[in-house]
Design a protein around this ligand. Structure first.
Ligand SMILES: Cc1cc2nc3c(=O)[nH]c(=O)nc-3n(C[C@H](O)[C@H](O)[C@H](O)COP(=O)(O)OP(=O)(O)OC[C@H]3O[C@@H](n4cnc5c(N)ncnc54)[C@H](O)[C@@H]3O)c2cc1C
Length: 482
């Protein structure tokens, strides 16, 4: 009887916990493994999944199918428009191949949890067992608690506890590729080029070369980053004009690389230590911990998956209704060069530098006083690495509705951020060509130029008066205390 391996956001063969266990257990039983992936276009649309991400998933599935082929594991593709269609689709394939067990790596978002409960129930009714594994993080959600047994809600103590646990228990090894099995008579399905659901069509994304797909591409990127850039990561990570970060988030979000593989690579560059001699590697590990922190939070607080604020009292903030302001932000025509450059880069590439994600999120929520949920959704609709836990965490942190532990109210001045992190205007020049000829001083704030000169630039005037921003947002946050 073959065993079913259900792939979801773990699209790799090496260091895949559920796949490794499925193959080991099946070979003990002298059985084979059949892989399945469920395509859920309506559910994806309702989760605001970006076309660029769907395209990455499809291209990654093609790579995965090839990798699985070298192990004689066929990959079946199931169509299940919504999560509610998944139990029947899986049962059908279990019956077809005679599977008695389904292996999977856990997902922690609320709709995914409910789907998995329904699947496990439907399978159990037919005496098919489900085997679920923690695989998305180095330390499984829920295994770190405060002295009072609560989930951590502040990053720094979470990180200390994460390091303490790994120093005490050792770093989990990355699992090897499973062994090749005897061939089965089941053949792999074609991976579609586009996905047409009843309500939404995902067409191929026009610039796939920006996001090479599959675990080989991910490992290549990781090796190149560790070899060339990890040492200078701490100094370069905030400069969007420099290619100083790993750009691995899209691979992490769909699991074409594992966080353990990333951590081991960083440890090699850091004399085997979590907090070691390389400031760059130590800092990069800290970013991997942020990723773990937000995933733990999502597992602990299901309301984060339901559009609710982490700090409940901030639900009372009177956000402004400003469709024109929101459109200008989305389209990169706010009249603030660093914001416009960042927003245009997102639309064109499907990705945005972390420093700029913070700058534009602060601008939307503090300068324009627009509800963070609008920004969160726009990001999900355009990001190749769109990930509910990280995106929600980043947005709520920036909007001061989340876990920012700063004892004061954090507002970035986007012009100061621009001068500090894009000092020569390299990034602005790349994405706002109207301003390419301005000098490195005025490029950050062309509104300082004389009106006559400004009118020749064909660049919008600022849509918000910076003089009122601080008072307006502070008043909105003060009002909820009354
Ligand atoms: C408003 C906002 C929205 C965001 N939305 C997402 C999202 O949808 N998906 C996503 O993966 N990340 C998101 N981030 C986090 C971060 O911006 C990206 O992970 C990072 O820019 C990816 O680039 P990189 O792979 O080169 O990161 P590196 O700097 O090389 O970091 C390595 C890895 O660590 C993790 N990481 C880095 N910074 C953060 C961070 N601030 N928070 C959580 N994890 C982090 C990522 O997995 C990243 O790939 C968001 C941040 C903000 C402020």
């Amino acid at each position: 009887m073959p065993t079913l391996m259900w792939f979801r956001s773990d699209l790799r063969v090496t260091d895949n916990t559920a796949l490794w266990h499925a193959c080991r257990d099946a070979s003990r039983e002298k059985a084979g493994v059949v892989a399945v992936y469920t395509i859920c276009p309506d559910q994806w649309a309702s989760h605001d999944m970006a076309p660029v991400k769907v395209d990455l998933i499809l291209r990654t599935l093609r790579e995965l199918s090839t990798e699985l082929g070298t192990l004689n594991i066929p990959l079946r593709i199931l169509n299940a428009p919504r999560f509610s269609d998944v139990p029947a689709a899986l049962l059908k394939v279990c019956r077809e191949v005679g599977a008695q067990a389904v292996y999977l790596n856990k997902e922690y978002e609320i709709n995914e949890l409910r789907r998995d409960e329904a699947v496990a129930g439907a399978l159990a009714d037919e005496e098919i067992s489900t085997h679920a594994f923690d695989d998305q993080t180095v330390v499984p959600p829920g295994s770190l608690r405060t002295g009072e047994g609560r989930w951590y809600t502040v990053f720094t103590p979470f990180k200390k506890s994460w390091i303490k646990l790994l120093e005490a228990q050792g770093i989990p090894e990355a699992l090897p590729r499973p062994k090749k099995q005897e061939p089965l008579t089941i053949t792999s399905d074609e991976i579609p080029l586009r996905i047409k659901g009843p309500f939404m069509t995902f067409d191929p994304w026009p610039r796939p070369e920006l996001w090479p797909a599959g675990e080989k591409a991910a490992m290549k990127r990781l090796s190149r980053f560790v070899e060339k850039s990890i040492a200078s990561y701490k100094d370069h990570r905030d400069i969007p004009g420099i290619d100083g970060t790993s750009t691995l988030s899209h691979h992490l979000s769909i699991g074409s690389i594992s966080p353990r593989q990333c951590l081991h690579a960083a440890l090699e560059a850091n004399s085997g230590k979590l907090d070691g001699p390389s400031p760059g590697a130590t800092h990069w590990i800290s970013e991997l911990v942020w990723r773990e922190f937000y995933r733990h939070l999502l597992a602990a607080y299901p309301r984060l998956c339901m559009g609710r604020a982490f700090k409940p009292e901030t639900e009372r903030i009177m956000w402004r209704d400003d469709p024109e302001g929101f459109d200008a932000w989305r389209e990169g025509r706010t009249g603030l060069p660093i914001v416009d450059a960042a927003m245009r880069s997102l639309l064109h590439t499907g990705w945005m530098h972390n420093r700029l994600r913070m700058v534009v999120a602060m601008y939307l929520t503090k300068d324009l006083l627009i509800d963070w949920r609008h920004g969160e959704r726009h990001f999900m609709r355009h990001l190749v690495d769109g990930d509910l836990a990280q995106n929600n965490g980043g947005w709520q942190w920036s909007a001061s509705t989340g876990t920012d532990a700063a004892p004061y109210f954090r507002i970035f001045n986007p012009i100061s951020q621009s001068r500090k992190f894009d000092p020569d205007g390299t990034f602005i020049r790349r994405w706002v060509p109207e301003l390419a000829d301005l000098d490195s001083e005025t490029i950050h704030d062309p509104s300082e130029l004389p009106l006559l000169l400004r009118s020749t630039l064909k660049y919008p005037e600022p849509i918000v008066d910076r003089a009122i921003v601080k008072d307006r947002v502070l008043a909105a946050f003060q009002a909820i205390k009354a």
